[in-house]
Design a protein around this ligand. Structure first.
Ligand code: ADP
Length: 475
């Protein structure tokens, strides 16, 4: 059987505590005044040193080791109390602790000189521990500490109780002490209480660190959650603001273009009248002027019509319907039958075009505009070849309309989607510059996006990304 050697056990326990104390010294070094480990790391080191010295008592002069061991243990308990008080939210004043330690030290010195009896010194020191015992119970009663805090308090209770008990025994004198406690029992109780409390102290420190980390993480998560909520709020606010100002702008464009038409009609009518009735009275220059004015008025009228048309898109407010894209394309092709035949175009439509949720007339218009452009913007003598295909991509449909036309330079591609923007000479290709802006408005009002890329071998590919309703929440 392995024999239990008390001094060795105590020295080992002390070394262990010193090592653990050194491990826990992070908060102590960090300089945070009220960091719990600022108290418990030195407390564990002092406690460990005290236990080691008790274990080594036999090999040192008794007087020296008693002084040092007790001073070290009391210092440890003192710091432990302070740490617990901080942790449970009753920060003690440093003055109070400095006074307690100074009192202990002076009393100890006095006893050392006045009364060299080691027993009496133990009695004094241990009696002072009753002070800490009272403090422990006061803290337990006054506060509702965390789990780690309670663990620490229940560690302090037996330690201080033991010191107080030792005071009683030492005070009662060796004879009574021997009568009360059998030989070696005090040592056994000593090692049991001190080692148990040391283990609990370390466990509590670990627990405390975990609590601190968890609290820090929770606080960080809370901050992140608040930031995210705030961002979502800002986005919602901005989106609402944007749609309000968009709606106002569209309303304004609609009203302005509508109202502008009336005076414009008058200008055109009177210009027409002058042209018809007084053309002969004008010289050549005057007739040219009238022609220019009439052309301008007609152009302005068609621009206003286009603007009115544009501002009406997405205004239907009708509930969205299921729109089979294949059918919308077929209807657009039927509308353009003459143009397709005249151009000799070849149009390939993939059979697997999806069904989306949308406004059927607008989807038809989208494909009709794209088809018109693809038929129109080809080099002279080239037969248009158009392909419409589709693929599924991350919860969305990507529909491509590819042609073999004159193409759009990459650097001006985005500009072509703006209203009245054109990339070709009017004399070569007729147009108003509204088609692609209508396409974009239709796609965006369906929650999608549209852009153009150069097609392989020349020409353009218009990409339309539309949300796949099957992937959206039903609301
Ligand atoms: P419009 O066709 O009346 O000019 P759009 O808005 O439809 O107005 O087109 C804007 C410009 O984009 C056109 O003027 C043309 O330069 C260019 N474009 C549009 N579609 C094509 C296409 N399929 N191929 C080449 N260029 C195109």
């Amino acid at each position: 059987m392995i024999e239990f050697h008390t001094p060795t056990a105590m020295v080992s326990m002390g070394v262990l505590l010193v090592v653990l104390g050194l491990m826990f010294q992070g908060g102590w070094k960090s300089g945070e005044l009220y960091a719990p480990s600022r108290q418990w790391a030195p407390a564990a080191i002092l406690f460990g040193l005290g236990i080691m010295l008790i274990g080594l008592r036999g090999s040192w002069p008794a007087f020296l080791s008693i002084i040092m061991a007790n001073a070290s243990l009391v210092g440890g308990v003192c710091l432990l109390h302070r740490g617990v008080a901080i942790h449970v939210g009753v920060p003690p004043t440093d003055r109070w602790y400095a006074a307690a330690l100074t009192g202990l030290f002076i009393a100890f010195l006095w006893f050392t000189y006045a009364n060299p009896d080691a027993q009496s010194r133990i009695a004094l020191l241990s009696t002072l521990m009753a002070l800490f015992l009272g403090h422990t119970f006061l803290l337990l009663k006054r506060t509702a500490p965390s789990f780690a805090g309670r663990l620490f308090l229940w560690t302090l209770a037996p330690v201080t109780l033991l010191f107080a008990f030792r005071a009683l025994i030492a005070g009662a004198g060796a004879v009574i002490g021997k009568l009360l406690i059998p030989e070696g029992a005090m040592q056994t109780v000593n090692i049991f209480v001190v080692s148990t409390s040391a283990v609990v102290m370390v466990a509590a420190q670990y627990r405390l660190e975990a609590e601190r980390v968890r609290a820090a993480l929770a606080a960080e998560a809370e901050t992140l959650r608040q930031d995210r909520d705030r961002l979502e709020e800002i986005v919602a606010e901005r989106t609402a603001e944007l749609s309000r100002s968009n709606a106002e702008l569209e309303q304004f464009a609609y009203a302005a273009s509508h109202d502008l038409r009336q005076p414009l009609r008058m200008v055109s009518a009177y210009l027409g009248l002058i042209d018809r009735r007084q053309r002969d009275m004008l010289d050549d220059e005057g007739r040219d002027f009238i022609d220019f004015a009439l052309q301008g008025a007609r152009r302005m009228d068609s621009m206003i019509t286009v603007l009115l048309d544009y501002s009406r898109i997405g205004h239907g407010g009708h509930p969205l319907e299921s729109v089979p894209v294949g059918e919308a394309v077929a209807a657009a092709m039927a509308n353009l039958a003459d143009m397709i035949t005249a151009s000799g175009a070849k149009i390939e439509v993939a059979p697997d075009l999806p069904t989306i949720k949308g406004a059927p007339m607008e989807i038809l218009r989208l494909f009709q505009n794209l088809l018109v452009n693809s038929l129109k913007y080809v080099a002279p003598g080239v037969l248009p070849h158009i392909r419409i295909s589709c693929q599924s991509e991350d919860g969305a449909w990507l529909i491509s309309v590819t042609d073999n036309g004159i193409g759009i330079p990459v650097d001006s591609a985005e500009r072509m989607f703006a209203i009245f923007q054109r990339g070709v000479e009017r004399s070569l290709y007729d147009g108003s510059g509204i088609g692609l802006s209508i396409c974009r408005k239709v796609v965006e009002s369906h929650g999608g996006s549209i852009w153009v890329e150069p097609a392989e071998g020349g020409g353009s590919t218009f990409q339309i990304r539309l949300p796949d309703m099957a992937h959206l929440p039903s609301s």
